[in-house]
Ligand binder design. Structure first.
Ligand code: ASP
Length: 401
């Protein structure tokens, strides 16, 4: 299906899902299985896609020095944009002060597991690559695939058959992505309808949103502002027209909104960024890595949420503490997996760093499912912009100096 028609079909699917969820209320949960079917089909492709795309992407760069430079540039892009996102989050939370006067009684929240910097570093590797694939732990798979791609490139002619094999795996998997795209409009309809139904329909949703209205506003305004920043980055450093790019990858953003998962959206992101004409060597490793570590929307939300909780508990965070939020929210976003509501779990890093009670997470729970969808959309946009920026750099520096 062409990307513009797909985008229209997905937007119509989401709109129909909103209507069905609003009208039917809890009964809309009957569509949940269709959403699960779509999500499961997408997830089924993640492991072969990530392995084949990272190996061929890295091997395509040919030279380890070139990979090193491109890799560093990519990490620089991820970090810079994440920092910008957190700064916007801090700005919004300071300007809007969503937590001032908020009632402290929230939903009880079980104490989430502690995640620290060393845990994040350790999550890059796994003793058994097959088990990592079975558990869908993408970071160790990516680490292995980068090493494997580099090794194959260094083998020269002897590595070529394996690279050609992986190339065929990649192409075949992308063909399956095409087939699944035909089901995507039904899938997004079902996901949205069932989730809104689970929340209790339109009335209950508005009540939840109104109860945390200022907080939701701070997050949503922040995300909108960051989308503008990303579009500027795309124009200046990616050399592309943001409107055209958004039209091409729009269906991936709609899928991100419906699934609340960057990882599940990855097959579509890869397909549409390819349609946008982004160099394969850039998109094939920037996108899988981005889906797991580059989360601008999550970083922004972590900052707003931490300040909201502080304000609700009547704690004034000093400038130094806000700098600490900046650093830890970046870490929390890197540590969050590309799955629904992962950001809630890694929020503990931020709260513990500035001495806030982790129970504070209970305050923002009610509306998190909705904000999760919005931040995931920005996470995916950030990855797609990153692929375009890295591709431009590759075009400008064709050979290592
Ligand atoms: N759901 C988000 C994603 O997949 C992560 C999060 O913020 O919870 O990108």
């Amino acid at each position: 299906m062409r990307h513009d028609r797909l985008l229209i079909a997905l937007v119509a699917g989401i709109a129909a899902g909103v209507l069905a969820g609003a009208w039917l209320g809890k009964d809309a949960v009957m569509f949940a299985w269709l959403g699960k079917l779509f999500l499961t089909m997408l997830k089924m492709l993640i492991v072969p896609l990530v392995v084949a795309s990272v190996i061929t992407g890295v091997a395509g760069l040919g030279d380890p020095r070139r990979f090193g430079r491109t890799g560093l540039f990519t990490l620089g892009y991820y970090l810079t944009t994440t920092f910008i996102a957190v700064s916007i989050g801090l700005l919004m939370a300071n300007l809007i002060a969503p937590g001032e006067g908020a009632a402290i009684a929230g939903e009880a929240h079980p104490k989430p597991p502690h995640v620290g910097l060393t845990d994040i570093i350790l999550s890059l590797v796994h003793p058994n690559i097959v088990a990592a694939a079975a558990e869908m732990k993408l970071l160790p798979l990516i680490t292995f695939s980068i090493a494997f791609g580099l090794a194959l490139a260094l083998l020269g002619a002897r590595g070529e058959p394996a690279i050609a094999f992986m190339e065929a795996v990649h192409e075949a998997t992308m063909k399956i992505v095409h087939w699944i795209m035909w089901f995507a409009p039904v899938g997004v309809f079902a996901l949205v309808a069932a989730r809104l139904g689970k929340a209790g329909g339109a009335g209950a949703f508005w009540a939840q949103l109104a109860a945390l209205g200022k907080y939701a506003l701070a997050v949503l305004l922040g995300l909108a502002l960051h989308a503008v920043m990303l579009s500027l980055i795309l124009r200046i450093f990616g050399g592309r027209n943001p409107r055209e790019y958004l039209r091409t990858i729009g269906a991936a953003l709609a899928t991100a909104f419906s699934t609340a998962s960057s990882s599940a959206t990855l097959p579509l992101t890869m397909e549409l960024v390819e349609e946008a004409g982004v160099d394969a060597r850039a998109r094939r490793f920037v996108l899988p890595l981005g889906a797991t570590v580059n989360m601008d929307g999550t970083a922004l939300y972590e900052a707003v949420a931490a300040l909201f909780i502080a304000q609700a508990y009547g704690m004034d965070l000093s400038f130094t503490q806000q700098v600490l939020v900046l650093l830890t929210a970046t870490l929390a976003a890197i540590g969050a997996a590309g799955i629904p509501e992962a950001g809630l779990v890694t929020m503990v890093i931020v709260l513990s760093a500035v001495g806030l009670p982790t129970e504070g997470i209970g305050l923002i729970l009610a509306i998190d499912w909705f904000l999760d969808r919005c931040r995931t959309t920005i996470n995916v946009y950030g990855d797609a912009v990153g692929a375009a920026v890295v591709a431009r750099r590759l075009a400008r520096h064709p050979t290592p100096s």
